[in-house]
Design a protein around this ligand. Sequence first.
Ligand code: ZN
Ligand code: ZN
Length: 283
Amino acid sequence: LGTPDPLAPGVAEAVAELNALTRTRPSLRIPAAVLADLLREFPAQALPNLNVGLEAATATAKLEDGIPLLRGVAVEFDRHALRRRWQAVCETVGRHHADGAPAALARAAGMEPADLLGEVLTGHPESVAARAEAAGVDAALAGTVLRFACLPLLTRIADQWGPVWREAAWARGYCPVCGSWPLLGEFRGLEQHRVMRCGLCAAGWAFPRLGCPFCGNRDQRRLAYFHAEGEPDRYRASTCDGCRGYVKMVAALAELPMARLLVADLATLHLDLAAAHRGFFVP
Ligand SMILES: [Zn+2]
Ligand SMILES: [Zn+2]
């Protein structure tokens, strides 16, 4: 509270984009309505008592070694506040789900958001899905709710540490702050610089046009792009025959705020389906 809201920039534009998306792709009506509600109702209030146990010099050295800032670092915050936010996100999503899955997620044992976040930050995001399956709840839904629950925490940390990671010569495929794989990438501006974007903390980092973020492949014979009919410039998927990974790429004039990044992810769902159809996946 009192600090700028990291989700607010772009929310109005994002909601307008979602309305337009619903008109052109009626099949996205429900996920678009869920996202619009989440963006409007969760103006990322800061979680109280946030403290990252990290010194600037250590942070710089970690980045030089290719280690994300938050890997192995104690992040202190109010676990109860995170839990309340998690439950509120479940309630909002639940308004759009007739099957009661979000309510089941809110009640599920073993789904403590602070612990799930801990798994992500120690480099084990797959544990979130494993815990969801063990608890008998929807794993994809758990991932979405966790993202929204943790957004204010992680975007705040990325903002605070921006002067450190933005200065680093970071050449990895994963996020320099939280270690996640990119949600998508941007081809930015007239020069079409390639910038990867994190869907958890909103960090962005430059990445070579010809390179796979997942396996580091730089062999252009094994890298390709595909796009949907009619949108060759706006949305593309960048694929790697080395690891069968893919990352979606969107055209952006400037750095997309988090809200619009999430809309771009939904607006390119057809590329995820096409990529799966072609045998590509996100590791
Ligand atoms: Zn991140
Ligand atoms: Zn690869």
